[in-house]
Design a binder for this molecule. Sequence first.
Ligand code: CA
Length: 251
Amino acid sequence: MTEIRAWGLSEVGVTRTHNEDYFEIDPRRRLFLVADGMGGHSHGEVASRTAVQAVREYLEDRLAPVESTEGPTGTEAQALLLRSAIHTAHEEVLCAIRQDGTLTGMGTTLVALLVCGESVAVAHVGDSRAYRLRQQRLDLLTEDHTWVHEQVMAGFLSEEQARVHPLKNVVTRALGSEGDIQVDVREVPVEAGDRFLLCSDGLTTMMRDAEIAETLATGESLQDVCRELVQGAKSRGGFDDVTVVVVEVEA
Ligand code: CA
């Protein structure tokens, strides 16, 4: 069985009073989650925490811990479970809104990574991202569900224009938005030495992929990597909350 190590760090944006991001590391189920909440007052916090806890609880009941041989195995089965967990999380956020009208308008992104033996399942909704660093090469594993990304895909904006566009924060999918939610799930092969990064847009709006790759590749410990990424975002302005989770597959 592959050995996995992970670390996470989340800090409030420099111009903000509370952190609306939320992350969780569940080493027994090899589950890693980052969510970036939105909504007035402190409701973004409620949305991100509700979604992360809903996914964890859903999988806790259905996914055997790593030391057990029971439960579904194989990436495909686990990816299906992860997808169901995120749909459940969407329902939980909607349910919280129905129970308390003051929460209307809250929502959250979510990116999840589940290690399943020789591969990982990556699932997301919104603009929180997953990356894989392998041999100095950084690959983005998720596609932002944002208006500016759609414009880039359609050829109306360049990547650089999208980076600085006033509407760059507009997400086209979020947990807690009305109606059904479409969850992107993919399976990604794993090799010893791979480092995975889950992050909120507080990191990626401040640091370019090349800077993220350099930090991921050169950081001694995972704690160092997380600290350097968060400090990197904050030293470049860091007005938004920034959250990073780094997962390493041991060589
Ligand atoms: Ca954010």
